[in-house]
Ligand binder design. Structure first.
Ligand code: NAP
Length: 312
């Protein structure tokens, strides 16, 4: 089978298309014939030696934590799916999962059925960003209908799903993006849109109940003054989380980081919302597996609208 791997940490040029033996499922696992794999910033960050690279015991490393594919074979003890089922998953994170490949091994309890109304490419792009948004809004953020939420980087993979999930929950949603994404955020249902290149969000918003921060660093620290005194910020970029949390604590504000975790039940709920049109995954591009390096270059620009997916 073909798989994308790195043999040394570095830039996108280090991604190679390798020919490998097809893997075999162990107990509680399934063999997947992969149709598509989602691309996220954590993929290129990890390949360059940051991100989740501390969880890689040895190179080579095959990136990718989310997929949509068909169950080809079952390991012992698997009874929630059958051979031939079309499934989707966000798996093993932050341990290596190897989704940039024609075949992969998935823990059966981290996958769910792909609704027939949801195509594979869309399904492959939903998991990581979608469950990050879900867990940040509804678990760590405890968002309730009627509250206001500010989404920093609202046009990104996590942000555009967070906007729609918060609207679905009945919240008032403010999103930040560049001017070129204004119409996109309007189409997602954002109640208020702030062009971060022309306006300072901290001059405009002072009573947000929740901030979902997809930018981090100084931008997140400035945005702390947008919170009402008992509000919360959930900061997503792990590299600046400690400094953002410290700045929040200095102001007496609740700031925390999260690490998204696989959850098949939440993924199923998200898939049902997407298949019924209540949540839309915006695909910036889908590229063939052998163009994974180009996908990483695009992701690393920091200006992808929605998601990138590799098709296999
Ligand atoms: N902790 C976790 O478990 C976890 C999980 C997922 C993601 N993350 C992290 O969360 C961050 C967001 O992830 P993502 O997948 O949404 O990233 P992404 O898809 O790469 O985000 C791209 C978006 O960011 C926007 N953007 C860039 N600079 C901005 C700024 N200064 N203000 C507002 N928007 C800005 C861009 O909009 P414009 O083009 O309009 O500028 C673009 O649409 C990343 O750092 C990622 O690594 C963490």
């Amino acid at each position: 089978m073909k798989a994308i791997r790195i043999h040394a940490f570095g830039g996108p040029e280090n991604l190679q298309l390798n020919e490998l033996e097809q893997p075999q499922p162990g107990p509680g696992e399934v063999l997947i014939r992969n149709h598509a794999a989602g691309v996220n910033p954590i993929d290129w960050k990890t390949c360059s030696g940051g991100g989740a690279s501390s969880f890689i015991e040895a190179l080579p490393f095959c990136p990718g934590w989310e997929f949509a594919g068909r169950v080809e074979a079952l390991g012992d003890g698997v009874n929630n799916v059958r051979q031939g089922d079309e499934v989707m998953g966000f798996i093993r994170f932050p341990q290596p999962a190897g989704c940039y490949a024609e075949y992969l091994i998935a823990p059966a309890d981290q996958i769910c059925q792909r609704p027939s109304a949801l195509d594979s490419v869309t399904a492959a792009g939903l998991g990581l960003a979608g469950l990050t948004a879900w867990q940040a809004l509804f678990e760590a953020g405890e968002l309730k209908g009627g509250q206001s939420v500010l989404v920093l980087a609202a046009a990104g993979g996590v942000g555009h799903l967070a906007v729609q999930l918060a609207k679905w929950k009945g919240a008032y949603v403010i999103g930040t993006a560049s001017h070129g994404n204004k119409a996109f955020l309007q189409s997602l249902g954002c109640d208020d849109i702030i062009d971060y290149q022309r306006q300072q969000v901290d001059n405009l918003i002072h009573d947000a109940d929740l901030i979902i921060d997809g930018v981090g660093g100084e931008t997140a620290i400035r945005a702390l003054s947008c919170l009402q005194p008992h509000g919360k910020m959930i900061t997503l970029p792990s590299v600046t989380a400690a400094e953002v949390i410290a700045a929040g604590e200095a102001k007496g504000l609740k700031v925390s980081g999260i690490r998204a975790r696989p959850d098949a039940g939440q993924l199923h709920e998200l898939a049902m919302l997407a298949s019924s049109g209540k949540v839309m995954l915006n695909l910036t591009d889908n590229l063939p597996l052998d163009q994974a390096a180009e996908a990483h270059r695009l992701s690393a620009t920091g200006h992808v609208r929605g998601k990138l997916v590799l098709t296999i």
